[in-house]
Design a protein around this ligand. Sequence first.
Ligand SMILES: *[C@@H]1O[C@H](CO)[C@@H](O)[C@H](O)[C@H]1NC(C)=O
Ligand SMILES: *[C@@H]1O[C@H](CO)[C@@H](O)[C@H](O)[C@H]1NC(C)=O
Length: 356
Amino acid sequence: MRLLRTMMLHKVQLLAVLAFGLAVLFIENQIQKIDESREILEQTIARHEVAEVEQRHAEAGGQVTSSLSEADNVVVIYNRVPKTGSTSFTNLAYDLCGKNGFHVLHINTSKNNPVLSLQDQVRFVHNVTSWREMKPAFYHGHVVYLDFSKYGVKGKPTYINVVRDPVERLVSYYYFLRFGDDYRPGLRRRKQGDKKTFDECVATGGPDCAPEKLWLQIPFFCGHHSECWNVGSRWALEKAKANLLSEYLLVGLTEELEDFVMILEAVLPRFFKGATQLYRTGKKSHLRKTTEKKPPAQDTISKLQQSDVWKMENEFYLFAQDQFQFVRAHAVREKDGKLSVLPQSFFYEKIYPKVS
Ligand SMILES: *[C@@H]1O[C@H](CO)[C@@H](O)[C@H](O)[C@H]1NC(C)=O
Ligand SMILES: *[C@@H]1O[C@H](CO)[C@@H](O)[C@H](O)[C@H]1NC(C)=O
């Protein structure tokens, strides 16, 4: 009996040990499972974090590519004055835009009015500034200077222009209205059929050759202020000079267009790479000549030169000439009768703190 009880007890103990062992095994198994899940969870979290970092990088990178680089964001505005030989220069831009990868846009204003209404000024400034698909862009047209900084946009365009001797410009315009040019020979001109020469016009005091008609390059550089159009205004002359210096990257002369092109190529290669070569080889095709132009007689010129308007327009022209020749003297060198632009002649040194 006793033996039997002991055997039973042994059995119970054995069972208990067995159960305990099983329980331990089960718990270990569960712990391992938890460990595995934790590992999976950690891996998932890590993967998620990596993805997040990568996404942030991609976003930052995307921002760099979607916001245009400095050179590709440039807008050049050439607010050309009529009859300054500007078509020759504009055609260069059309010939280069495909190869150099920029857009050229003509600003066509109704009735060729060079002054924009206030609402058009706002439209134009906002459109030019935000129109990414067109950048880099070269805009040209007979529009007077417009100061972008007062319309609440970031950044300013790069203005360039060309000026011409005021009497020659007026003579050219006079004949252009009567005979057109070899550029669009079929087009009917406003004063077509009028055979009167410029000399005859000045002698008889006609309106198309009146000294007031000289007042054009000053208002083009002066801009959208009432006083700019006040013929003979000293304030307008000073404003035009100040704008020429501070708001224009470069103002060339009709009489020295090749040098203008050469310096522009050095200053704005993103647009004008290859322009000098093209201008030299294709000189004829880029020239636009007013047909039937008779040079004015000396006393015609003298008569115009007596007017205050001529004196001021001429002062502005000489001012532009001085400035252009100053720029050229510092930008170009002559060697064996050939002009070339100077290479970079500054460098940095003594850069601190040293990078190790
Ligand atoms: C400007 O647009 C008008 C109307 O479409 C057109 O007749 C004129 O020829 C354009 N001007 C120039 C210079 O192309
Ligand atoms: C700018 O104006 C043109 C012509 O009106 C238009 O097609 C273009 O969508 C405008 N761009 C912007 C960014 O407003």
